[in-house]
Write a protein that binds this ligand. Structure first.
Ligand SMILES: [Zn+2]
Ligand SMILES: [Zn+2]
Length: 348
């Protein structure tokens, strides 16, 4: 089979790999949908390719794609019926840890101290017709959800859901969401479904128009308007109860801190870069809480999927580009690199 490989420096290739065979505790999935996420863009751009993320050792070419969704095609000899059956519709929680520590046992293998595997970054991912994973990484895909929505839940949308859950967002509050890429757009849509009022910020009018479609009450183009006074204007001069950075841009992060109201919470979600703040003025004097949120657990992934079903959320609306062939990888990532569109997905 052939899979998409990030070579670094905005280059990618479709390379030949052997067809995967499951070990005892593994399954092979036939990939039906493989989403494109912000972290993929980082690996695509970086000089070192996937190794640049610092998630673990990377040796040799690896198949990209960490939003896998498909059906179980082959099951290893020690996998029980309850874990996986051929034909089962599944998502993948794209991490593997030791399996026995407190983090692994609570569904957070990405926090395992014994070393982790990140599929699509340190092991073969889903931009290929087949993918091999431990049966323990599988999360069932509800019948009501399409494979593409399952792919989104497997990273971008699940990440947005988990951060909103952790800050405890409710229908009483206003949240300002900086960056309307795949994670930010999903956060806008989910925050609305949780009842909150949403101020969506980005530097792309195309993305802001999408955010509006997904339910944003107010949109602000932070290239044209200073975001801090714009948010203050919308919140009676108080600032928003919650702000969330999905942009990873240091200026946007600082603006998020400064537009959070007294006693409010800032959620940091975007990967990479830095944040410099005046601790007394920006944080202490306003009793702010800073919360860092990295992806989600297996349990929260399943919960996110169920939330989308139960609220009939049109989660597929985050997608603006669908590719039916892996040899469109170059075209797909070139467009994503412009950061002026919604989410992309390979439908195989
Ligand atoms: Zn562990
Ligand atoms: Zn991701």
């Amino acid at each position: 089979m052939r899979g998409v490989v990030f070579l670094g420096d905005r280059k990618l290739a479709l390379e030949e790999f052997p067809d995967p065979k499951p070990e005892q505790d593994e399954v092979v999935l036939e990939i039906k949908a493989s989403g494109m996420c912000g972290t993929d863009l980082k690996m695509y751009r970086a000089r070192g390719g996937p190794a640049s993320l610092g998630l673990g050792d990377v040796s040799g070419p690896l198949i990209a794609g960490h939003e896998p969704c498909g059906v179980v095609a082959e099951v290893g000899s020690c996998v029980s019926e309850a874990q996986a059956r051929t034909g089962m519709r599944v998502m993948v929680h794209h991490y593997k840890g030791c399996g026995v520590c407190k983090h692994c046992r609570t569904g957070w293998p990405q926090l395992c101290r014994a070393g982790i595997v990140v599929y699509g970054a340190t092991a073969n991912g889903a931009h290929a017709p087949y993918m091999k994973v431990p049966a323990s990484t599988l999360v069932p895909l509800p019948d009501e959800l399409s494979f593409e929505v399952g792919a989104a839940v497997s990273c971008g949308t699940g990440t947005a859901y988990s951060a909103l859950k952790r800050i405890g967002l409710s229908g009483r509050e206003t949240i300002a969401i900086f960056g309307q890429g795949p994670v930010g757009l999903a956060a806008t849509q989910l925050a609305k479904a949780m009842g909150a009022r949403v101020i969506a910020l980005d530097v792309s009018d195309t993305r802001l128009a999408l955010a509006k479609e997904l339910g944003a009450d107010v949109t602000v183009n932070s290239n044209k308007e200073d975001p801090v006074p714009a948010i203050n204007d919308q919140t009676h001069g108080e600032g928003a109860e919650f702000t969330m950075d999905c942009s990873a841009n240091p200026d946007a992060r600082l603006a998020a801190v400064r537009s959070t109201g007294t006693w409010g919470t800032v959620a940091l979600v975007g990967e990479g870069n830095e944040l410099t703040v005046d601790v007394s003025k920006d944080l202490l004097r306003r009793q702010l809480t800073l919360m860092a949120s990295w992806t989600f657990s297996t349990v929260i992934q399943a919960e996110c999927a169920q939330f989308i079903v139960d609220r009939s959320i049109p989660a597929k609306k985050v997608f603006t580009h669908r590719y039916e062939r892996l040899d469109q990888g170059e075209e797909a990532y070139k467009l994503f690199d412009k950061q002026d569109s919604g989410k992309g997905v390979f439908l195989l």
